[in-house]
Ligand binder design. Structure first.
Ligand SMILES: [Ca+2]
Length: 207
């Protein structure tokens, strides 16, 4: 299994939602450096959707996407006020799949919360083309309690994509179905020494 490493967004924007509060200093969201993307909220207000895209993933062709982890380092200026409203992937420019926003209050000192997992596809069937596209990304919204004002602060928002890359084998080699990806006889189509690419895609109805 391979992964892209931790990636940050090349593009950031507010989604313009209704009367919601826009995030400011959007470029601060890419580094864990205690400079923040913020949206000062009054009681019961919520932020606009922060749309983060253009993560620059370079997953190899014909890989099988296994999961997406989202890492959000964040804090709030006041305890017990700020919670997630939305944490959702963006596929092809459209928020899609599971909303993993949580009801837990944001802490008042920076902490990283991980959403999803290396084996979690957020209810989606993602291809390498989906995740490599500049239109792939993440939407984040936060909301404030009715008890009073507070500001959500995003220090860094990043994601990491786990995938299984295609594996090649040589005719005559012993391929272990656990550690490689082929069980059974290799057809002698090309003769000894031929290179075969063997792929299996058995997940979520894909072949
Ligand atoms: Ca920062």
């Amino acid at each position: 299994m391979a992964n892209t490493g931790v990636l940050v967004s090349g593009s950031q924007a507010n989604d313009g939602t209704g009367l919601a509060i826009a995030w400011v200093n959007l470029g601060n969201v890419n580094a864990s450096d205690n400079t923040y993307t913020t949206a000062p909220l009054a009681a019961a207000q919520s932020t606009q959707g922060l749309l983060l895209t253009n993560f620059g993933a370079a997953v190899p062709t014909d890989s099988l996407i296994q999961g997406v982890e989202v890492l959000i380092e964040r804090s709030a200026t006041v305890a017990s006020r700020i919670t997630d409203l939305t944490v959702q992937l963006i596929v092809g420019g459209t928020p899609s799949g599971d909303d993993k926003g949580l009801a837990a209050f944001w802490p008042t000192t920076d902490a990283v919360r991980v959403y999803g997992a290396a084996s979690d596809l957020w209810g989606l069937s993602l291809t390498e083309a989906d995740v490599n596209a500049s239109s792939f990304g993440l939407k984040v919204r936060a909301q404030c309690s009715i008890l009073g004002a507070a500001t959500p602060q995003l220090d860094r928002v990043a994601l990491r994509i786990t995938y299984e890359a295609p594996v090649t084998g040589t005719l005559g080699a012993t391929l272990n179905p656990v550690t490689a990806d082929f069980a059974g006889a290799v057809p002698a189509v090309g003769g000894a020494g031929s290179i075969y690419r063997v792929m299996y895609r058995c997940r979520r109805g894909r072949n």
